[in-house]
Each structure stands twice: as C-alpha cells, then as structure tokens.
Design a protein around this ligand. Structure first.
Ligand SMILES: [Fe+2]
Ligand SMILES: [Fe+2]
Length: 259
C-alpha cells in the first residue's frame, strides 16, 4: 500500500526576517511533515540564494529549495545548483546551469519536485506548459509537486487545470500574497494560486516601505532594502499518496502572535 506523505511548502522566504522565522519556527513543527519544500528565491537579502541562506534553510528542516525569477540574483547560487536539493525553474533556456526538477525518495516513496516560471508580465522564458507536458511523459516521477512561480493569477489557474489529475499539487509563488482559493482541482490536484511570502509583515511584499512607495510616487529608481519587524511564515500543507492529493490546507505563523 502506498504511504500518505505529508508535505509542507513554504512560500518565498524573504531576507533575514524570512530566514529567522523559518529557523525559529520550522524545527518546532518539522516532525509533522515527511518532506518540506521552501521557495528561496528571495532568501539572500531579497534577491537570490547564497550559501549561508541555503544552509540556514536546510538546517531548519527544509529538504528542497525552489527558486524563481530571482534564481540567479546572487552569484553564489552557481555553486549550489549542483546540489539536487536546490532547483531553478525548469523552463530556462537549454544550457542554463542546474536542474528544474528532482525525484526524492521519501520514506520509500517517489516524490518529484518541479519548479517552473510563468511568462505573463515576466521575462520571456520557454513555455512552461509545454515543459511540464514533456516532463510528465516520464513514468518514474511518483507523486509530483509543482511550484509555479508566476505573476498572473490566470496563468497559475490555467497551469493548475493543465496539470489537474496528472500531478499531486500545483502551488503558486512570486506574488508574495497568499490567496484564499486552496482546493483540490478535479478532486485530485492540490492547488493554491499563491502560497504567500515568508518574511516581514510591515513591508511592501518584503521590501522596506519607503523605497517602493517613493518609486510609485516618482517613477525614479529607489533603493530597496529588506523590511524589519515581525515576520510571517506562509505555507501550504498537502497530503499526497500515489500522485494524488487527499488534503490541502493553508498554514500560517506570525512571530509574536501578531497578525
Ligand atoms: Fe519572490
Ligand atoms: Fe519572484
């Protein structure tokens, strides 16, 4: 009989406050889960992933780090992409370093984690829909989890239904705001348009408020820094068995109990 695996997927970990809330909180809940995935594209100061931030996430109990449009925002990522636990988006052009998916052995079950980038309102990478269809030609993936890093809610919903019944989960990242549409698509595929951010709450999607507000007021470039203060961890819990999700629920924790 196939085991039920309980997964936790943590939305974009943003800078030091994001790393802190993962390091402080994840160990206390880690034994509830068989496998923990975190999007780390903003873990190093808001842009990309460096060795120190990857190590901090792994030490806290993360098993796999996915990335996004900031995948190559920190040059140290080149030295990390040889580790199959660090995934960059699948649909970068041929020849891009690193891998976009990996199959893990979790308690004797196969779990494939995939990272892909949307294109609407983003850089024109390769077609993520085709890339997923091509990958799913394989028959050795086991249960499949996709972190679909995209801006447009429509593109994420379309990807959800493109893959519904063919994968166990499609969860979006990138917008840094958790959505309230958590559900099973066609009764099989766990879905949420965006997992939300794991980072400072009093911020403009992670950045200190002044920079983004000034940019909207003046349209001039302004320096963005990571906001300080209480951080919130936003995640999605998914029970998976035999490439089907049987349960999906949001999980959120705020430092100091604030909300
Ligand atoms: Fe992000
Ligand atoms: Fe992003």
């Amino acid at each position: 009989m196939t085991l039920v695996l309980r997964l936790l997927f943590i939305g974009d970990v943003y800078g030091k406050p994001g790393r802190r809330v993962v390091a402080d909180h994840l160990p206390s809940i880690r034994d509830r889960y068989d496998f923990v995935i975190a999007n780390g594209e903003n873990a190093a100061g808001g842009f990309g992933l460096n060795r120190e931030s990857a190590t901090a996430l792994f030490r806290a109990g993360v098993d796999c780090i996915t990335l996004g449009n900031h995948a190559f925002g920190n040059k140290e990522v080149y030295g990390l992409l040889d580790d199959p636990r660090v995934l960059r988006p699948l649909n970068y052009p041929l020849g891009t370093p690193g891998a976009g998916w990996w199959t893990f052995d979790v308690r004797g079950e196969r779990l494939t984690v995939v990272n892909a980038l949307g294109r609407t309102f983003m850089d024109p990478v390769d077609d993520p829909f085709r890339a997923l269809s091509d990958l799913l030609e394989r028959d050795d993936l086991g249960s499949v989890f996709l972190d679909f890093h995209a801006e447009a809610t429509s593109e994420k919903a379309a990807m959800g239904y493109h893959l519904a019944t063919r994968v166990a989960a499609v969860v979006g990242t990138h917008t840094h705001v958790a959505t309230a549409d958590t559900r099973l698509l066609r009764g099989v595929t766990a879905f949420q348009t965006d997992a939300g951010m794991t980072g400072p709450l009093e911020s403009v999607i992670g950045a200190a408020i002044e920079g983004p507000v000034a940019r909207f007021l003046t349209r001039l470039p302004h320096r963005y820094t990571v906001a300080e203060g209480a951080a919130q961890l936003n995640a999605v819990e998914i029970d998976v068995s035999d490439n089907r999700a049987t349960r999906v629920e949001r999980y959120s924790f705020t430092e100091g109990g604030a909300s």
